[in-house]
Design a protein around this ligand. Structure first.
Ligand code: FAD
Ligand code: 2HG
Ligand code: ZN
Length: 494
C-alpha cells in the first residue's frame, strides 16, 4: 500500500544515523539499551529481527535501531530528541498485536518498553495496582494473586503482552463480559508525549470528575499520540470458586437460546461465554489439544461454546451450573449434543486451552487473514459462510490458496474472530477478502475492529466504522499531540 500520506505529514523525516545512536548511547543508562546496526558494538542482525516482524510474520519493517529505556525519564529524553530531529518512532510492547501496529513500516526507530517492568505499588485493600507499562500481563497476575486479586483482563497472549500494550490497544479478551473494558478499569496513566513532556495522570482514585478525562484518549491510541509508561488499574478480588464447561451444539442456531438460558440460570456467576465453530475445534485438536469428548459423541456438532462461572461459594455455583446443564439436556429438542464440565483445576485449564489456543493453532495451520469484527451474534455463522462462499466462488479453496474459513470469538461481547487461513499471504487472496469483508460488516452496521485496533492493517477501512466527521476529529486530536507526525506513522490514520 501507499504510505506516502503518512510520511508526507512530516515535512522532513530523518532516518536514525550514527550520531543519533551515539547520542542515545549517552543518554541511556545501560549500553544494552541500544541495539543498532549503526553501533560499533552491534553483533548480530538476528537481535533486530524480532523487533521488525509482527507475531504473525505478516508485517515486516527495516528498523536499524531499537532502544530499550529503563525509566520514564529515559523515554522522555529519547522522545525529546526525536521530536527535535524529526525521527519517526514506533512504541513496542510485547509485539503480540494482530494488526501490524507494533512494527515499523520503513526504518522508524523502535522504542521497546520491555525494560520498564517494575510494579510501582499495590493496595491489597482497594485492589489498585500501579505498574510500569512494560510489565507482562501474566507477571502482574502472579504479583497480585497472593493478595487474592486477579487482573480484570485475560488473553491468550498473557505470557508476552504488556499492560502498556494492552492499554494502547484497548485489549478486550476473555473477561470483558464480567469486568468490562479498560476504559472502565484503568484509573490513571503516565504518558510521555511526542515532544518528551511527561503527562502525569497516574491517579489512584476511583472517582475524579475534574473536567476532560485525558487518559481515555490514550486507551486504544495504538502508540500514535504518546508512549504510555505507567498504568494504574483497578483489579477485582479473585473468585473463590470457578467452573467451566464446553458444550457441543448440533446447530449454530442454538447458540442464542443456549446463551439466553445460560444468562438466566447463571446470572451473576457467569464470567465468560466463548464460541468456536467446528473447524476451529478440529484445528485445536489437530494442533495438540486434548479432545474433551469422544469423537462419536460430537459427530453432528456444528459449533461449541465454552462458558465459565466465577463466584463466591462452590456449592452455590455447582448447583447453578448443574441445573443449567440438566435444563439444556432435558429440553425436548435438546439444545446441546453433550457437554464436559471440568472436574479438576487441570481439566479447567485444558478446556480453556482449547479456546485460548485457537490463535496459535491457526498460525500453525497457515497464514491467517484476521478479521476481528463486531456483528450481531445471530450473524456469526452467516458471515463466516458468506466469506467462505466468496472464497469458493473465486476458486481460492479449490486451488489450495485458502485452506479454511473459520469463526470463533466472544459471544457475550458480539465479537467474532473471522479467520481465513491461507497457504501463504498472497495478493489474490487479499483482494478477494477486502473490501468484501468490510462491506459485509458495514451491511450489519458492525465494527471493522472490535478489540484488536486498526494498526497498519485497517487504516484504509476505518471509513467503514467511522464517518468523515469522526475521522476529521481523530486527525485533529492526532495533530494536537503530534503536530510533527513522528509517532507511529501509517498506523490508525492514513
Ligand atoms: P504490541 O503488540 O507491542 O503493540 C500493540 C500496539 O500498541 C502498537 O500500535 C504499539 O505501537 C502500541 N504500544 C505498545 N506498547 C505501548 C506503550 N507502552 N505506549 C504506547 N503505545 C504502545 N487482543 C484482544 O483484544 N483480545 C484477545 O483476546 C487477544 N488475544 C490474543 C491472543 C494471542 C495468542 C495473540 C498473539 C494476540 C492476542 N490479542 C488479543 C492481541 C494482542 O495481544 C493485544 O492487542 C495486546 O494487548 C497487545 O499488547 P502488546 O504488549 O503485545 O503490544
Ligand atoms: C481471541 O479472542 C483473540 O482469541 C485472537 O482476540 C483472535 O486469533 C484471533 O483472530
Ligand atoms: Zn478476542
Amino acid at each position: 500500500r501507499d504510505f506516502s500520506r503518512a510520511w508526507a505529514h512530516t515535512s522532513s523525516v530523518h532516518s536514525v544515523n550514527e550520531q543519533d545512536v551515539e547520542h542515545f548511547t549517552k543518554i541511556l543508562s545501560s549500553p544494552s539499551s541500544v541495539i543498532s546496526t549503526l553501533s560499533p558494538s552491534f553483533s548480530s542482525s538476528s537481535d533486530l529481527e524480532n523487533f521488525n516482524a509482527d507475531w504473525m510474520g505478516k508485517y515486516k519493517g527495516h528498523a536499524t535501531t531499537v532502544l530499550k529505556p529503563r525509566t520514564t525519564e529515559e523515554v522522555s529524553k529519547i522522545l525529546k530528541y526525536c521530536w527535535e530531529r524529526q525521527i519517526h518512532v514506533v512504541p513496542q510492547g510485547g509485539n503480540t498485536g494482530l494488526v501490524g501496529g507494533s512494527v515499523p513500516i520503513q526504518d522508524e526507530l523502535v522504542i521497546s518498553l520491555s525494560n520498564l517492568s517494575k510494579v510501582r505499588s499495590f493496595d491489597p485493600v482497594s485492589g489498585i495496582l500501579v505498574a510500569d507499562a512494560g510489565c507482562v500481563l501474566e507477571s502482574l497476575s502472579e504479583h497480585i494473586a497472593p493478595h487474592g486479586f486477579i487482573m480484570p483482563l485475560d488473553l491468550g497472549a498473557k505470557g508476552s503482552c504488556q499492560i502498556g500494550g494492552n492499554v494502547a490497544t484497548n485489549a478486550g479478551g476473555l473477561r470483558l463480559l464480567r469486568y468490562g473494558s479498560l476504559h472502565g478499569t484503568v484509573l490513571g496513566l503516565e504518558v510521555v508525549l511526542p515532544d518528551g513532556t511527561v503527562l502525569d495522570q497516574l491517579s489512584t482514585m476511583r472517582k475524579d470528575n475534574t473536567g476532560y478525562d485525558l487518559k481515555q484518549l490514550f486507551i486504544g491510541s495504538e502508540g500514535t499520540i504518546g508512549i504510555i509508561t505507567g498504568v494504574s488499574i483497578l483489579t477485582p478480588p479473585a473468585p473463590k470458586s470457578t467452573n467451566n464447561v464446553v458444550l457441543a451444539l448440533p446447530s449454530f442456531s442454538n447458540v442464542i437460546p443456549v446463551f439466553k438460558a445460560t444468562r438466566q440460570h447463571l446470572s451473576e456467576v457467569l464470567s465468560a461465554f466463548e464460541y468456536f465453530d467446528r473447524t476451529a475445534y478440529d484445528l485445536a485438536l489437530k494442533h495438540g489439544h486434548a479432545a474433551p469428548f469422544p469423537a462419536e459423541e460430537v459427530e453432528g456438532a456444528e459449533c461449541y461454546v465454552l462458558l465459565e462461572t466465577s463466584g463466591g461459594k462452590k456449592e452455590h455455583d455447582d448447583e447453578k451450573i448443574n441445573t443449567l446443564l440438566e435444563t439444556l439436556l432435558s429440553d425436548e429438542d435438546s439444545l446441546i449434543l453433550t457437554g464436559t464440565l471440568s472436574q479438576s483445576p487441570s481439566q479447567f485449564a485444558s478446556l480453556w486451552a482449547i479456546r485460548e489456543g485457537l490463535t496459535e493453532a491457526v498460525s500453525k495451520e497457515g497464514k491467517a487473514y484476521k478479521y476481528d469484527i463486531s456483528v450481531p451474534v445471530s450473524s456469526f455463522a452467516e458471515v463466516v459462510g458468506t466469506v467462505r462462499a466468496r472464497c469458493e466462488e473465486k476458486g481460492l479453496i479449490s486451488r489450495g490458496l485458502v485452506k479454511h474459513v473459520i469463526g470463533y470469538g466472544h459471544v457475550g461481547d458480539g465479537n467474532l474472530h473471522l479467520n481465513v487461513i491461507a497457504s501463504e499471504y498472497n495478493d489474490e487472496v487479499a483482494q478477494t477478502l477486502e473490501p468484501f469483508v468490510y462491506e459485509v460488516v458495514a451491511s450489519h452496521r458492525g465494527s471493522i475492529s472490535a478489540e484488536h485496533g486498526i494498526g497498519v492493517m485497517k487504516t484504509h477501512a476505518l471509513k467503514y466504522s467511522k464517518d468523515a466527521i469522526s475521522r476529521q476529529w481523530m486527525r485533529k486530536i492526532k495533530d494536537i499531540f503530534d503536530s510533527k507526525g513522528i509517532m507511529n506513522p501509517g498506523k490508525v490514520l492514513e
